[in-house]
Design a protein around this ligand. Structure first.
Ligand code: BTN
Length: 263
């Protein structure tokens, strides 16, 4: 990322997030380095950001392709909550990203359960939260965010991804200032995270649902073990997706991938 480090630090209006930031040209995965730093005592809000990743990771063991021009960073969090609450941080992150992309660029963004941010049904940002716990005690959480920013997905992604992904450049027909985006994301993230810690999940979820275009639609949910079809009714206080199946029963789902059905 072409980032002016001094200018970035000066313009950053956060209390903790990004005050300690490790900038790298290349790293295997910003999440892996952030986890290592966290395990060695890094303070809350420590950030790792890289221009590219050679082994970027997505959810469910997938690869996250990380060409130059994208924004790839991870934030160390040390929330004083139980593990069952900390899993909801993925909603904190996706809400923060959705708000920033709307505020900075006026994009009609949607959140997709549990952790994607989409524009026009295509993924523009992915989020990977990883937790280190001892029983129910949270030692730390790393929130990793990858934004497809300044590249053309047609040029850099393999065939199957081209239809599923988009980038800010593709949506706006111009490049964005990565520095401005990065600063805004850290500020929003801190702000939504602080609200989550202060007021709990309720207000975050309420706002997250306003971006959740898949609610009320017929969806397919796939997990490692099953494939379900039904109506996406809600995301509840535990972060579970409630799905009304075709036989009328309602099922709560904790892990999976949602795609909206067009027929
Ligand atoms: C997903 O959609 O499956 C999640 C993708 C998360 C990608 C980001 S990029 C920064 C951080 N480092 C990683 O290796 N992954 C996350």
């Amino acid at each position: 990322m072409k980032l002016n480090v001094d200018r970035f630090q000066e313009s950053l209006r956060t209390k903790r997030f990004g005050k300690k930031t490790v900038f790298l040209r290349e790293v295997d995965s910003t999440n892996d380095l952030a986890k290592e730093l966290a395990a060695n005592g890094a303070v809350e809000g420590t950030v790792v950001v890289a221009e590219t990743q050679t082994a970027g990771r997505g959810r469910l063991g997938r690869e996250w392709i990380s060409p130059k021009g994208g924004l790839y960073f991870s934030v160390v969090l040390k929330p004083d909550v139980r593990a069952g609450e900390a899993v909801k941080l993925v909603f904190v992150a996706s809400l923060a990203v959705a708000k920033v992309l709307r505020e900075l660029y006026g994009l009609r963004v949607e959140t997709k359960w549990p952790n994607d941010v989409l524009v026009d049904g295509r993924k523009v940002c992915g989020i990977l939260t990883e937790m280190n716990t001892t029983g129910e005690t949270v030692n730390f959480v790393v929130v990793g965010i990858g934004v497809n920013a300044n590249f053309d997905v047609e040029e850099v992604f393999p065939e199957p991804l081209k239809k599923l992904a988009t980038s800010l450049e593709n949506e706006l027909n111009r490049k964005v200032r990565l520095e401005e985006l990065f600063t805004a994301l850290l500020e929003r993230l801190e702000n939504v995270y602080d609200q989550f810690i202060r007021e709990g999940f309720g207000p975050v979820l309420k706002e997250w649902r306003m971006y959740a275009g898949f609610l009320g639609r017929r969806v397919e949910v796939t997990s490692q073990t099953e494939r379900l079809h039904g109506l996406a009714l809600n995301v509840d206080q535990d972060g579970a997706l409630t799905l009304k199946l075709e036989d009328g029963t309602v099922k709560r789902i904790f892990v999976g991938d949602v795609s909206v059905r067009t027929r």
